[in-house]
Design a protein around this ligand. Structure first.
Ligand code: UGA
Length: 423
């Protein structure tokens, strides 16, 4: 059955959610405050790089099931469901800032049709469903939490083939109505109260961040005991209780979610009188991981980075996205530049220079005259690159591979000194 859905906020979550709901056959109106963005989206031009999204936006626009409008009230006026997909940036004390959510709720409150359901999709602190209810002040309108578990780079697949769907509501019939939007998707459905749904979102991200920090910590030990983290992960991953997923060592986790959400959960815990030392440790390990990568590059450069030319491959916080937010690559590069390094970078999705960094248009050009090559993002483009050509362009023979991406044996055959993570 087709429903009328308003999406408030055409950012990465809102756009994916709106386009995927339209793809499932619903009638979607997606609102943003940015007029030029709305204009571009209406022509099918996406402001972000997300594999597969452009195609479903284009198809949905053509079928008439997806429209973009300026202003939350315009979108919400005829909806049955209003999805709040606006940002929840980090406030000064680490907690999530709810002002965009509250503002959106204030704008739609007077125009929402009777008995509409408002859905929180943004990652919001525990208790926010109640905050939205208070701001709306519409007893006929129920507020439901329906957290997203979309990864950048595979957001469309994550939406259409999710591991689970979580719905939090104190009102059974509102929960069933939201569940019905996903009726064509086969996935476990967890219907719970709003506080539990909100907690599930934070706990999921914090647990995933914990896995990565754990593997990065074990990688540090591997380096000192002569073990290989890749084999260690393989060995532990076959234990079904552990699994292989999300145990890739790297330069530390980044992006718009993990850093913000881990800090927010520490704050939520604090407000709930629990000192979340475990998660604090996870964050510390992540900060240290970046420093450890800088140490590796410094050692590869012979002990000092002053005046050393470094080629940096990858700037985004992970592959298959153009998102630079809280990218470990940028943090590491900034630290190298601070110590006097001259950084020449290349990223398949970044064209413009960044502060203090020349961005080149191909991976080889970035290596010209470099003493050290550092791999910072796990783009497939780098995996099978011609390392002999890389060697010809560089003046040095050092590779620091913070993602264990390159073929170590091939790098050595090409004459490189190869340093990975945890091996
Ligand atoms: C993350 C979650 O995975 C999603 O489920 C969630 O919906 C989303 O946050 C959100 O809250 O909106 P995302 O930030 O797109 O998704 O990125 P991830 O794929 O989770 O990667 C996060 C960071 O961890 C990246 O820097 C990545 O390079 C790093 N990572 C990931 C590792 O270092 N090792 C791994 O094994 C996996």
């Amino acid at each position: 059955m087709s429903s009328r859905i308003a999406i408030i906020g055409a950012g990465y979550v809102g756009l994916t959610t709106g386009a995927c709901f339209a793809h499932l056959g619903h009638d979607v109106v997606c609102a943003d405050i940015d007029e030029s963005k709305v204009e571009r989206l209406s022509r099918g031009e996406l402001p972000i790089y997300e594999p597969g999204l452009e195609q479903i936006v284009t198809d949905a626009l053509r079928s008439g099931r997806l429209r973009f409008v300026v202003g939350a009230a315009v979108a919400a006026a005829e909806c049955e469901f209003a999805y709040l997909c606006v940002p929840t940036p980090q406030g000064d004390d680490g907690s999530a800032d709810l002002s965009y959510i509250e503002q959106a709720a204030r704008q739609i409150a007077p125009v929402l049709p009777p008995n509409a359901v408002v859905v929180n999709k943004s990652t919001v602190p525990v208790g926010s469903t109640k905050v939205v209810e208070r701001v709306l002040a519409r007893p006929d309108v129920k507020v439901v939490s329906n957290p997203e578990f979309l990864r950048e780079g595979s957001a469309v697949a994550d939406f259409l083939k999710p591991d689970r769907i979580v719905i939090g509501s104190d009102d059974q019939s509102a929960a069933i109505r939201v569940a019905s939007l996903y009726s064509s998707i086969a996935a476990p459905l967890i219907v719970t109260d709003p506080a539990s749904a909100e907690t599930i979102k934070y706990a999921a991200n914090a647990f995933l961040a914990t896995k990565i920090s754990f593997v990065n910590a074990v990688a540090a030990i591997c380096e000192n005991v002569g073990a290989d983290i890749n084999d260690v992960v393989l060995g532990i991953g076959y234990d079904k209780r552990i699994g292989h997923d999300f145990l890739r060592p790297g330069p530390g986790w980044g992006g718009s979610c993990f850093p913000k959400d881990t800090r927010a959960l520490v704050k939520i815990a604090e407000d709930a009188s629990y000192d979340f030392n475990l998660l604090k440790g996870v964050i510390v390990v992540n900060d240290e991981q970046r420093e450890r990568m800088v140490d590796k590059v410094r050692s590869a450069a012979g002990g000092s980075l002053d005046g050393v030319v470094i080629a940096a491959w990858g700037l985004t916080f992970k592959a298959n996205t153009d998102d630079l937010r809280e990218s470990p690559a940028l943090a590491i590069i900034a630290a190298l530049v601070k110590e006097g390094a001259i950084v020449r970078a290349y990223d398949p999705q970044v064209a413009n220079d960044l502060p203090g960094v020349e961005v080149h248009s191909d991976a080889f050009a970035a290596c010209e005259g470099a003493a050290v090559l550092v791999v910072l993002t796990e783009w497939d483009d780098f995996r099978l690159i011609d390392l002999d050509e890389v060697q010809r362009r560089m003046i040095g023979t050092e590779i620091v591979d913070t993602r264990n991406l390159l073929d170590r044996a091939a790098a050595r055959r090409a004459g490189f000194m190869y340093r990975g993570v945890g091996r």
